[in-house]
Design a protein around this ligand. Structure first.
Ligand code: FPP
Length: 234
């Protein structure tokens, strides 16, 4: 039986680096895009579980600035899957209070994908059950450079932490408290570099397409035991 209340000190914002789709597919003898297809199912499953745990913000690292190095076939597959997913889930998300936001430079995406992203963002903008933030053509370094250039174009001559934070793609979302990476890789891969200064990290060997509510629960239990000091003492 699912017991949400048994876990104290849940994170407010969780960042998820979904990794292992390709390996999952090759283990099944399938093409890489089948791994991404199952990866989308895992995204849906995870959103449902996060809502049960009453998590308020999640960021999925869906497409990085480095992912353009993949084959055109794989890139097109990811774009098609993402477009079909957000299109088919729009009404459902709208009804369930799920607010979709994006961070990154989506202007490089196909027009139909940009259109569907804009429609779902507009349709869900007043929702407040959970924010599902999709990192798309996103990189932490590009985020900082983009923020600084924005400040310069506004005529700022001195950057402060406050000004920089409020110019990042993720603004006004809070910084992630917890970052989960699947597939056993223990690295950050350019994910929200500025915003993760005091995040807690959790690495699991589970491949992203296999990730489920039980794995999430285990990660959240682990987070709940962390002693966060933010550089102070306790
Ligand atoms: C990592 O696995 C996965 C990606 C780089 C892309 C994942 C994207 C999706 C599942 C689409 C997400 C869409 C939404 C709407 C959230 P990998 O291919 O790097 O796996 P590997 O390391 O085993 O090769």
């Amino acid at each position: 039986m699912f017991k949400k209340s048994s876990i104290k000190n849940l994170p407010n914002h969780i960042g998820i680096i979904m990794d292992g789709n390709g390996r999952w597919a090759s283990l099944q003898g399938m093409p890489r895009n089948m791994g991404h297809k199952e990866g989308i199912n895992a995204v849906e499953r995870t959103i449902d579980a996060l809502i049960k745990f009453n998590i308020k913000v999640v960021t999925f690292f869906a497409f990085s600035t480095e992912n353009w190095k993949r084959s055109q076939e794989e890139i097109d597959g990811i774009f098609n899957l993402t477009r079909d997913f957000i299109k088919s889930k729009r009404e459902n998300f709208k009804k369930r209070g799920i607010k979709i936001t994006t961070m990154g430079d989506c202007t490089k995406f196909p027009d139909d994908l940009q259109h569907e992203l804009q429609v779902i963002k507009d349709d869900t903008k007043d929702n407040n059950n959970i924010v599902v933030n999709l990192a798309l053509n996103y990189g932490g370094r590009a985020d900082i450079v983009h923020a600084v250039n924005n400040l310069i174009s506004q005529g700022e001559t001195e950057v402060t932490e406050e000004k920089l934070s409020s110019s990042l793609y993720s603004y006004p979302l809070p910084d992630p408290d917890f970052v989960i990476r699947t597939s056993g890789e223990e690295r950050i891969s350019n994910f929200m570099l500025y915003q993760i200064a005091y995040s807690e990290f959790y690495f699991t060997p589970v491949l992203w397409p296999d990730f489920n509510e039980r794995h999430l629960r285990k990660a959240l239990k682990n987070f709940s035991k962390r002693n966060r000091r933010f550089g102070g003492t306790k």
